[in-house]
Design a protein around this ligand. Structure first.
Ligand SMILES: Nc1ncnc2c1ncn2[C@@H]1O[C@H](COP(=O)(O)OP(=O)(O)OP(=O)(O)O)[C@@H](O)[C@H]1O
Ligand SMILES: [Mg+2]
Length: 263
């Protein structure tokens, strides 16, 4: 099951990604969590301690690895580098173990030289992403940045579904419209909405109605809970700080629904 998590900024994407990864792993699935957001905060919601998280070197900044696999050191100009670097062992060797035996891969960002830019770092990230998507893993969960760049670049081609996290706000629903259009354009079969930070019935019916209008099916609804916001301030994973929160229960219900659809 390969899932990409998208949506407007601050809606709860990383909270969902980290918590879903932990819950799938507890259920016995082999889980790879991919941080594809330059802000790189998936480690924290996954439950990797801040001091360990601060030592993680994103793949895009691992110049030795990039040179070893593509034949060219980032920044050196005019050289010919491999477009098909060997990436098979990267997840296991450069991934970071999280709680419940999860595996985190931090992609990092490549300063783009414009559309279609190709450089050794891009080549490696692209090959790695492709490999992870065809490799037989139980569950891959990719936390994306708020912008739609990844969709544009086609990173998510090969995903089973895009989960679009939507808050009860007009702007957030509009982002969902754009995400679902782009996803359909690049051939992702399934776009599912996750309602997030829902505080009351009025907000719930607003989202139900708007998502129905835009034709995006709802896979689950996550309530607002102060404890989750607090876990973020304390830099403790939501699932560790508030294991009994209705938010964790709602995300677990989403996990079960996903298993019914994709497993
Ligand atoms: N259900 C919830 N109830 C209360 N607070 C929440 C909930 N979900 C997320 N939050 C809080 O909202 C903030 C943003 O959440 P999160 O980082 O998961 O969103 P994001 O979509 O990944 O943001 P970004 O676009 O910046 O990456 C965090 O402080 C988080 O703790
Ligand atoms: Mg995030």
């Amino acid at each position: 099951m390969k899932l990409a998590i998208a949506g407007k900024g601050g809606t709860g994407k990383t909270t969902l990604a980290g918590t879903l990864a932990r819950l799938f792993a507890r259920d016995g699935y082999k889980v790879i969590a991919i941080d594809a957001d330059p802000a790189m905060n998936l480690a924290s919601t996954l439950g990797i301690a801040p001091d360990a998280a601060s030592k993680i070197v994103p793949i895009s900044e691992n110049e030795d690895l990039i040179e070893e696999r593509t034949g060219v050191r980032p920044g050196s100009s005019g050289s010919v580098f491999s477009l098909t670097p060997n990436v098979r062992d990267i997840a296991d060797r450069y991934g970071v173990r999280g709680p419940d035996n999860t595996m985190l891969i931090v992609m990092g960002t490549v300063k783009s030289g414009g559309i279609g830019c190709m450089c050794p770092a891009h080549s490696l990230l692209r090959a790695l992403m492709r490999h992870i998507l065809i490799d037989r893993r139980d569950v891959v969960i990719m936390d994306m940045e708020a912008g739609l760049e990844h969709l544009g670049r086609g990173t998510v081609r090969g995903m089973d579904a895009i989960l679009c996290v939507v808050e009860p706000r007009t702007q957030s629903v509009e982002t969902a419209v754009r995400v679902s259009r782009l996803a359909r354009d690049i051939g992702v079969k399934s776009i599912l909405a996750v309602e997030s930070k829902v505080r009351n019935e009025e907000e719930k019916s607003f989202l139900d109605k708007r998502l129905k209008e835009i034709g995006v099916p709802i896979i689950g609804s996550v309530p607002y809970d102060e404890a989750i916001a607090k876990s973020d301030m304390l830099r403790i994973a939501p699932i560790d700080f508030a294991p009994d929160s209705p938010v964790i229960k709602a995300i677990d219900a989403i996990r079960k629904s996903l298993i019914k659809i994709y497993a």
